[in-house]
Design a protein around this ligand. Structure first.
Ligand code: ZN
Ligand code: ZN
Length: 280
């Protein structure tokens, strides 16, 4: 595991690491308050995972590049994972082309309809037709493998989340990054879907909304704990485990303590921070 260098051909950048709802203020400045968005670069190709408020900042960088053709993969369409889309500037240029992949059609959802329902008066002053970019919606059955040009393979598995969610494993050049959020575990029963998907992964990003102590007393709402992430990482022989989807009520001091405890329990593990870049 190394910090990325400019010529790296496989990396992940964290544009949003927070779960459930964005937060702001000096007390969350260190780890960041934007909701889920990852940018994965594979051999010069850009893949985006989730479109929470973090995608707005990524979009502001992308508009400097001219015409774009980009794949966006959604874990699911809960608001914290799609609320950045109306403010994603590359959607407002006719020169751009996007494919939006979702696996939770398995659970009776269709991504285009979900966006239409989100972008509706009086919740927002514009509807999905406001976008001038070419948007193609690809609803695939969760569990499918998706092969992209350039030898990129994306494997998927269903997660345990209200309304469904898709876990992703991105393989490129013999290395792998797994993105597993939002999911609720069952105490003492490791999720076999997740274990199969993350087996031997180089980087494993996991829904660490809670601590085990909180999980025991709070309604989990479809989320997991950083300690369960450690148990899964150990069982699957993962190289680097990254705690992600932080509770908006967990301030920087709290997250610093998680980082310390995590380092003790599984040395080399990381707590996701906005702006962090990793190469597997
Ligand atoms: Zn979420
Ligand atoms: Zn969710």
């Amino acid at each position: 595991m190394n910090a990325a260098h400019p010529n790296s051909d496989f990396s992940v950048r964290f544009w949003g690491v927070r779960g459930s709802t964005p937060c702001a203020g000096p007390e969350v400045q260190k780890y960041g308050g934007n909701t889920s968005c990852l940018e994965i670069t594979c051999g010069g190709k850009r893949l985006i995972f989730d479109a929470g408020t973090g995608i707005r900042y990524l979009g502001n960088e992308m508009v400097k590049e001219g015409a774009l053709e980009t794949d966006i993969f959604l874990t699911h369409t809960h608001l914290d994972h799609v609320c950045g889309l109306p403010f994603f500037k590359p959607f407002y240029s006719a020169a751009n082309e996007f494919r939006l992949y979702s696996g939770h059609s398995t659970f009776g959802c269709c991504t285009k309809d979900a966006l239409k329902n989100m972008m509706v008066a009086p919740l927002l002053p514009m509807d999905v037709d406001v976008f001038s970019a070419d948007l193609q919606f690809v609803d695939f059955p969760c569990g499918d493998n998706i092969e992209l040009e350039g030898g990129i393979v994306i494997k998927t598995a269903p997660l345990n989340h209200p309304n469904g969610a898709t876990g992703y494993r991105i393989e490129y050049g013999g290395r792998s990054i797994c993105y597993i959020t939002d999911t609720e575990h069952v105490v003492g029963k490791p999720d076999q879907n997740i274990l199969s998907l993350i087996q031997g992964a180089d980087v494993f990003i996991y829904d660490a909304t809670y601590t085990d102590e909180e999980f025991a007393v709070l309604p989990p709402f479809g989320h997991s704990t950083w300690q369960e992430g450690v148990r899964l990482a150990d069982a699957a022989g993962v190289q680097c485990y990254v705690a992600f989807h932080h509770d908006p009520d967990h301030d920087d001091d709290f997250m610093d303590q998680v980082a310390t405890d995590l380092e003790q329990m599984r040395p080399g593990s990381l707590v996701a921070r906005e702006g962090m870049v990793l190469t597997p």
